[in-house]
Design a binder for this molecule. Structure first.
Ligand SMILES: Cc1ncc(C[n+]2csc(CCOP(=O)(O)OP(=O)(O)O)c2C)c(N)n1
Ligand SMILES: [Mg+2]
Length: 545
């Protein structure tokens, strides 16, 4: 007779069915039973140095692959992924948080078990705030349904979810003959038609429409729909920073990143002078909009996301983002003559003839730009790594990851690990400030353990550079580490200490060749040097003061 499926095994099966192949985390006694189940399954456990590393890695994995998972022990592990879950929530990344927990039997009489904070449900209540759906799998009768419901919510809303598995239930069978429930949500057809009619009339009547594409185009897999929409209508496209690379930078109707004062001026003028800005999957965040230096008038906008659809001042309920996008594709939108638009300017070539010059933030990004290929995934951490990367010319459409909204430092090194496991064809180019590196850079050990080969560029400006431009003080200084000597400690990888353009050039060439392990470039920069994007932003802000 076939053995009944246990709750733990059912969860594993469903994760696998949704494309998950790796689970990031650190075990503990409350979750060891489930770790054993994972070990016997087709999923691979990726042990990180710290739970926060696991959380960021799973987030990047989800951004690249469509779903990610992190598995940790109760509270001591769980609360360490609260921050990464918050980032996944804010930036719409579907990560499944699986936490071990005291068994249901152990909870009787409320004993003081280790790792407990206050009540047994304290952790769950915290995660209810940070996820779109949460469940404690405490009842074998409902566990499978709960798993279906929670995973469905992650996929539907592209947000993290929480599943708590009491340790005495992981191996307990759920109800027999359960079939996963497929839920198909639909738009309200009449509302959808009316919204589309209004949108089409507005777009066709416009003199200078422009599409502003955001992160949800990527999360919902609508890049091809966007491409076709632009091709069919010749309406040009700009992207937000969070949505950068939803289209490849080489597409003829793509003009670059729009980010208020932080973005390029020509893109800004084009978008802000448009009489119909079609915002697709855009989040109106301050970083996306250049810390509120953007001027977008709702009277001239169509705004469609998974949460909201409005056209001018009209709001429509129950129209799914996907259905609206597809509707636009089928609608009778006029085909226009191609407009003259600004184009992303590949950064000026690197002048290696003057090789003895010290590397500046500007020349660093120029050289990196020339280094990118179709196989690179650029992962940028908060700080000038992210601002500078805004101007990079990304060849392909998905290959840029950065926490451009919630902006938690420490994302990039573990995210590089998650991104490469999600798609092994990609080689991560991790851009990270020295401050952010000091938070999670030791996850390079994880890269070594699992034979990954990221190229990590540490922008070593001896402190919290971004903050220095806002307000400086000794609290922005850092101990200067010998980052390039980490390979000695880890017994793998290659390190480079870089001061001149020539050294940078040589290190990148060597990194290109050295594919057996990670490469770390310790790039020494002046504390007050900054990227053109960060300069534009601060100048833009200064003008408004
Ligand atoms: C976890 C976290 N702590 C603090 C901050 C506030 N913060 C924003 S930028 C920044 C400095 C970043 O320093 P570094 O990583 O060296 O990059 P740089 O600005 O020097 O390029 C800080 C501390 C943050 N965003 N995230
Ligand atoms: Mg720094």
């Amino acid at each position: 007779m076939r053995q009944a499926t246990s709750i733990g095994d059912y969860l594993i099966q469903r994760l696998y069915a949704h494309g998950v192949r790796h689970v990031f985390g650190i075990p503990g006694d409350y979750v060891l039973g489930f770790y054993e189940q994972l070990l016997r399954s087709r999923l691979r456990i990726i042990n990180t140095c710290d739970e926060q590393g696991a959380g960021f890695a799973a987030d990047a994995y989800a951004r690249v692959r469509g779903l990610g998972a992190v598995c940790i022990t109760y509270c001591v592990g769980g609360l360490k992924v609260a921050n990464t879950t918050a980032e996944a929530f804010a930036e719409k990344s579907p990560v499944v948080i699986i936490s071990g927990a005291p068994g249901m039997k152990e909870r009787e009489k409320n004993p003081l078990l280790h790792h407990k904070v206050r009540e047994f449900d304290t952790q769950k209540r915290i995660f209810e705030q940070l996820t779109i759906a949460a469940a404690v799998l405490s009842d074998p009768q409902t566990a499978f349904q709960e798993i279906d419901r929670v995973l469905h919510a992650a996929l539907r809303y592209k947000r993290p979810v929480y599943l708590e598995l009491p340790r005495d239930l992981a191996a307990v069978p759920g109800i027999p003959h359960h079939r996963p429930t497929e839920i198909h949500e639909q738009s309200d057809e009449r509302t959808r038609r009316e919204a589309l009619a209004e949108a089409v009339a507005m777009i066709n009547a416009a003199r200078k429409p422009v599409i502003l594409a955001g992160v949800e185009v990527h999360r919902f897999g609508l890049q091809n729909a966007l491409l076709r929409l632009a091709e069919q209508t010749n309406i040009p496209v700009a992207a937000t920073l969070l949505g950068k690379s939803v289209l490849g930078d080489q597409h003829p109707f793509y003009m670059g990143v729009y980010a208020g004062a932080m973005g390029r001026d020509d893109v800004r003028r084009y978008v802000e002078s448009s009489d119909c800005v079609i915002m697709l999957g855009v989040f109106m965040t301050d970083v996306n909009l250049g810390i509120y230096t953007a001027h977008l008038d709702p009277a001239r906008s169509i705004y469609a996301t998974s949460e909201k659809l409005s056209i001018r001042y009209h709001t429509f309920e129950n129209v799914r983002f996907k259905d609206f996008m597809r509707g636009l594709l089928k609608a009778r939108l006029a085909r226009r003559r191609p407009a003259r638009i600004p184009r992303p300017q590949p950064l000026k070539a690197f002048r290696s003839v003057r090789g003895k010059d010290k590397v500046s933030v500007k020349s660093l990004f120029q050289r990196i730009n020339a280094f990118l290929t179709e196989e690179t995934v650029v992962v940028a951490d908060v700080g000038d790594a992210l601002f500078g990367a805004a101007d990079l010319f990304i060849h392909h459409r998905t290959e840029f990851l950065g926490p451009a909204y919630y902006a938690s430092m420490g994302f990039a090194v573990p995210a590089g690990i998650g991104a490469q496991l999600a798609d092994p064809r990609l080689r991560p180019l991790v851009l990270v400030g020295d401050g952010a590196f000091q938070m999670t850079g030791m996850e390079l050990a994880t890269a070594v353990r699992y034979n990954l080969n990221p190229i990590v560029v540490v922008l070593n400006n001896r402190g919290y550079g971004t903050e220095r431009h806002i307000h400086d003080g000794p609290y922005n200084d850092l101990l200067v580490w010998n980052y390039h000597r980490l390979p000695e400690m880890l017994g793998a990888g290659r390190g480079f200490e870089i001061e001149t353009e020539e050294q940078l050039d040589q290190a990148l060439r060597a990194a290109e060749q050295h594919t057996d392990g990670f490469c770390l470039l310790n790039v020494r920069l002046e504390p007050l040097d900054r990227s053109p994007a960060l300069q534009r932003l601060t100048e833009g802000l200064a003008k408004r003061l």
